[in-house]
Ligand binder design. Structure first.
Ligand code: ASP
Ligand code: MG
Length: 457
């Protein structure tokens, strides 16, 4: 069984929803589980609605409701559904909007927005898009049934970032999805949304639909269903060797290991969040990133492990500052490093790239971190220098530390681009260095030419 997840841009309007129905319908002989996000921008609009209600901005809240209604009604129109299904959709939309209106009124009266109520509002987008896709599939001749994600996604009561109960999810899938599959029906459900033990609506957190898809795939597998893959359908071809806006000849990576994907996500490639696919990866289920708008492209397969080693991709993240923390007398002293990192911890600032030398500890942090305050505290026992406007550039691939000559090739490719800090990732999946932000693009292009260009390897 295939789990197919469609992001917000894939289901942004009625026409696109029909196109998604065509993609899902191709698997009608072994019906898929389709997991949908809200129509693009709808979750943001719902959260804006919550805020307007809390601030008592009645007019803004009413406008948000009217826009949400119009947007979904327009999708029904664009899908050209027969009268019956069109009426079903319209009824569902008015019911959801009525529920949202009630919640918004409650929030406005109380002047208070609890995380629980925020989730009850934010969930509406996925509930509606699931209804629309179900009717789109039927219109295209695919037998389909919608299952409310609250019936499948069992979570705890941590509203806004609910933790899934994987065993319960698996048994719900067994109970509710398997009979539909046996009857040859495609199942549609919403991502992102779940239910707490008391039945109240929860969400998995922003961007949570990928996590939903991975959890459903994992749960089906645990229920004994063969799951060949979890497909994450989005608006890019897959994971590329570099950001194509910076490196025009970046190309698609056919296969990437989960560790490499995690490094890429951490260092700036935003296609997949590694934590969200872990349930799939740990069970050996491949996760495939695919482009809804170019379904002929095979996409990128993320697996627990892939053959071969060497440089797989490049990533860069700007908005970074580096702190060089020196104290020649203290560096080797017992507890010094702990004291240094304790300062960052006290300010709740995660350190990023770390490099040490005989005389200093260097580390990078987000440029928006409270750097002045950190420097003040560090200065009580160390000398600190700060460099701003930097970028972290990362060369990602398996076995980089143990592949001879990689570092030499990286630094010869960089030429006169100066690296102010260098760190070989602790995981053997990356070599990372820090350059001035305005040199980052240059560094990426040179590295790309060296490792992926015509003359590479
Ligand atoms: N609709 C939700 C969001 O925008 C979940 C998702 O799209 O993954 O965060
Ligand atoms: Mg989304």
């Amino acid at each position: 069984m295939l789990v197919m997840k469609f992001g917000g841009s894939s289901v942004a309007d009625g026409e696109r929803i029909l196109h998604v129905a065509d993609l899902v319908g191709q698997h009608a002989s072994d019906p898929a589980l389709a997991v949908v996000s809200a129509m693009g921008g709808v979750t943001d609009a719902l959260l804006a609605l919550s805020k307007a209600a809390r601030e008592g901005e009645q007019a803004a809240a009413d406008r948000a409701l009217a826009e949400l209604s119009a947007r979904h009604q327009a999708a029904v129109d664009a899908m050209g559904l027969p009268a019956g299904p069109a009426a079903t959709c319209r009824e569902e939309i008015s019911k959801e909007l009525w529920r949202l209106g009630q919640l918004a009124t409650g929030v406005a009266l109380l002047g208070e927005l609890s995380p629980r109520t925020s989730d009850a509002i934010a969930a509406a987008g996925e509930l509606l898009s699931a209804t629309l896709l179900t009717e789109a599939l039927r219109k295209r001749g695919t037998r389909a049934v919608k299952i409310d994600p609250r019936e499948l996604m069992a979570t705890d009561a941590t509203y806004g970032a609910a933790a899934p109960d994987e065993a319960a999810i698996s048994s719900r899938l067994f109970e509710k999805v398997l009979p539909e599959r046996a009857a040859g029906r495609t199942v549609v459900t919403g991502g992102f949304v779940g239910a707490a033990p008391d039945g109240s609506i929860t969400t998995l957190g922003r961007g949570g639909s990928d996590f939903s898809a991975a959890l459903f795939g994992a749960g089906l597998r645990d229920a004994g269903v063969p799951v060949e893959a979890i497909e994450i359908w989005t608006d890019v071809d897959g994971i590329l060797t570099a950001d194509p806006r910076v490196v025009p000849d970046a190309r698609l990576i056919p296969e990437v290991s989960a560790d490499e994907a995690a490094e890429l996500a951490f260092f700036g490639a935003k296609v997949l969040h590694p934590a969200t696919i872990r349930p799939a990866v740990t069970r050996g289920i491949p996760v495939v990133v695919r482009n809804t708008f170019s379904p002929e492209v095979a996409g990128t397969v993320v697996r627990a492990d892939v053959a071969g080693h060497g440089v797989r991709a490049l990533a860069a993240r700007k908005g970074v500052a580096a702190l060089f923390i020196g104290n020649p007398r203290m560096l080797l002293a017992h507890g010094y490093a702990a004291r240094v990192f304790g300062v960052f911890e006290a300010h709740g600032v995660p350190v990023d790239v770390i490099a040490t030398s005989e005389v200093s500890i260097s580390t990078t942090v987000d440029e928006k971190a409270p750097i002045e305050a950190i420097v003040r505290d560090l200065s009580k026992f160390a000398e600190v220098q700060v460099l701003r406007h930097l970028a972290v550039v990362s060369v990602v691939g398996k076995g980089l530390r143990t592949t001879p000559g990689v570092a030499a090739r990286i630094f010869s490719a960089l030429g006169d681009v100066n690296a102010v800090m260098i760190s070989q990732g602790a995981s053997d999946t990356n070599v990372t260095f820090v350059v001035s932000a305005d040199q980052a693009a240059n560094a990426l292009r040179r590295l790309h030419a060296a490792f992926f260009g015509e003359a590479a390897w």
